[in-house]
Design a protein around this ligand. Structure first.
Ligand code: GLY
Ligand code: MN
Ligand code: MN
Length: 438
C-alpha cells in the first residue's frame, strides 16, 4: 500500500513545481449510474487518488503552495449517519484532516462559496480541462465571478495551465512502493492466468474460465484492472473481445488478457494457450514467433533506449517469422518498410502502465521518442492474429490469435519482468496443463 507519507511527498513535490501564487484544483470521479438505482463500482480519479489516497466520490482536492492557512484543502462529503446506513462510512471533513492529512477540509456543498475566494489570490490555475465537462463549467463560473468582480477590487487569475504536464510526468516514474504495489498486482494476475490454464477444458465456456480469473483477483482483495478478454479460437483474433460467452473448442487456442488492480495500480498480462493442453504444430510454430518477438522486445527495455526500440525489435522478429512460415512473401526489410506485417500485427508493442492501464506520460519529447529511464513501467505485448478467410494464407493458420504480454520495469540494469510468474514457453505451458489433468 502507498503510505500517507508518500501521498504527502507527492503533494509537496507537485507544489514545488507549481511555484508561488498558484492553485491546483483536482476533482475526483463521480459515481456512475449503471441502470436505475444501481451504480457502477466506484473508482477514484487516478490523478486525484495519486495525490490524496482518498477513495470517496464527490471530493475535490485543492493545493495552494505557500498558503499560510494551509496548502492542502479537501472538499468532501460530510458525515451523515442516515446516509451511512445505506452506503457505508464516510471520512467527513474531520476524517479528511485526521486520516488524510488535509490542512483544512470543507463540505463539498460549500465549494461554490469558498473556491472563488481561494482562486482570487493566485495568478495561475493548474487544472485539467476537458475530462470532466460539468466540472469544467463550474471552474469557468468561478473564474467569471472573479472577473465580474474586478470592479469591486477582486482579482482574477491570469493564466490557466494544464496540470497534466507536471503531474503525469511525476506519475510516469514509479517509486519503490509503487513498484512494490505493481509487483503484487502482477503476481496476482499471474496466479489468475495459471489457474485459468489449470482449469481449462474443451467444451467449457469462456465465462467459466473468466470466473477462475475473478476467483484469484477477489481472493486477493483485488478487482480486474479492465474487462478481461477471454477469447477462444476465432475470438482470439478480436483485439477487444470481452463478450466471453462462447464454448471452447478442442484444438483451439485460448487468448486471455486479464490484469488485477491493487490499490489503484494495474497489471496487464496476456497468455495464449491450447484449450486441450497441447499446441498443434501450426499453433506452436506461430507461438514461437510471437515468443521470440517478445523476448527480443523485452531485451530492449533498457535505460537509454528509446520508447520505440522494443516495438522495432518485435516487428523485425515477427516479420521474419511470418516470411519463414510462408505467411508473408517477400524480403523482410521491404515488408517492414511498407508495414505489410500490419495485416497480422495491427497494434503497438506496449504502453506505459501504472494507475491507469494505458497510463499517462508522453511517448515523445520534443518530437523524438522518449528515452527509457529507471522507474518507468511498460507492457511488452506482441501478437499475431490470422482470422479465418485471410486471403493467400494457408488454412492451417486460420483462427490463430496469439498475444503474449508482460509488465516490465526499466531499471539501471536488466529489464525486470514483474509478471514473470506466469508460464510463457510452450514447454512450461504444456507441462502445467498436463499436471492439471492427471
Ligand atoms: N488490456 C489492454 C491492453 O493490453 O492494452
Ligand atoms: Mn496492454
Ligand atoms: Mn492487455
Amino acid at each position: 500500500m502507498i503510505t500517507r507519507k508518500e501521498f504527502g511527498r507527492r503533494r509537496k513535490q507537485l507544489m514545488r513545481m507549481m511555484g508561488k501564487d498558484t492553485i491546483a484544483i483536482i476533482p475526483t470521479a463521480s459515481e456512475l449510474l449503471r441502470n436505475r438505482d444501481v451504480e457502477f463500482p466506484f473508482r477514484a480519479d487516478s490523478d486525484f487518488y495519486y495525490l490524496t489516497g482518498f477513495h470517496e466520490p464527490d471530493a475535490v482536492a485543492v493545493l495552494i503552495p505557500g498558503r499560510p492557512h494551509g496548502e492542502y484543502l479537501l472538499f468532501c462529503r460530510e458525515r451523515d449517519p442516515e446516509m451511512e446506513t445505506w452506503t457505508g462510512k464516510r471520512a467527513g471533513t474531520q476524517g479528511a484532516v485526521d486520516d488524510f492529512d488535509a490542512d483544512d477540509a470543507f463540505p463539498i456543498g460549500d465549494i461554490d462559496e469558498i473556491l472563488p475566494g481561494l482562486m482570487e489570490c493566485c495568478e495561475r490555475v493548474f487544472y485539467t480541462m476537458g475530462s470532466r465537462p460539468q466540472f469544467d463549467q463550474r471552474v469557468m463560473e468561478w473564474l467569471n465571478r472573479l472577473r465580474e468582480g474586478a470592479r469591486t477590487g477582486l482579482r482574477a487569475p491570469d493564466e490557466f495551465v494544464s496540470l497534466e504536464h507536471l503531474l503525469h510526468d511525476m506519475r510516469l516514474y514509479k517509486s519503490r512502493s509503487e513498484i512494490r504495489v505493481m509487483r503484487t498486482a502482477a503476481r496476482v494476475a499471474c496466479r489468475a492466468h495459471i489457474r485459468a490454464m489449470q482449469s481449462c477444458r474443451p467444451e467449457m465456456s469462456e465465462f467459466e474460465v473468466e470466473a477462475e480469473l475473478l476467483h484469484e483477483f477477489r481472493r486477493a482483495g483485488m478487482v480486474p484492472a479492465y474487462s478481461s478478454i477471454v477469447g477462444g479460437g476465432a475470438n482470439g483474433c478480436v483485439l477487444h473481445y470481452t463478450e466471453n460467452n462462447a464454448a471452447l473448442q478442442d484444438g483451439d487456442l485460448l487468448l486471455i488478457d486479464a490484469g488485477a488492480e491493487y490499490d489503484c495500480y494495474a497489471s496487464d498480462v496476456t497468455r495464449t494457450f491450447p484449450v486441450n493442453g497441447r499446441f498443434s504444430a501450426a499453433q506452436k510454430a506461430l507461438y514461437e514467433v510471437v515468443l521470440a518477438a517478445q523476448t527480443a522486445a523485452i531485451k530492449k527495455v533498457r535505460s537509454g533506449n528509446h520508447w520505440n526500440a522494443p516495438h522495432q525489435a518485435a516487428v523485425r522478429v515477427l516479420t521474419r517469422g511470418l516470411v519463414k512460415l510462408g505467411i508473408l512473401k517477400g524480403k523482410p526489410a521491404e515488408l517492414i518498410r511498407n508495414e505489410a506485417y500490419r495485416r497480422f500485427y495491427m497494434h503497438r508493442t506496449g504502453h506505459w502502465l501504472g494507475m491507469d492501464v494505458h497510463d499517462v506520460g508522453d511517448y515523445k519529447v520534443g518530437g523524438a521518442w522518449r528515452e527509457l529511464e529507471p522507474g518507468m513501467v511498460l507492457t511488452v505485448e506482441p501478437g499475431l492474429y490470422i482470422p479465418a478467410g485471410s486471403r493467400g494464407v494457408a488454412k492451417k493458420w486460420w483462427n490463430i490469435g496469439i498475444r503474449i504480454e508482460d509488465d516490465v520495469l526499466v531499471t539501471s540494469d536488466e529489464p525486470d519482468v514483474l509478471s514473470k510468474a506466469a508460464p510463457r514457453t510452450v514447454a512450461e505451458i504444456e507441462a502445467l496443463m498436463a499436471d492439471a489433468t492427471v
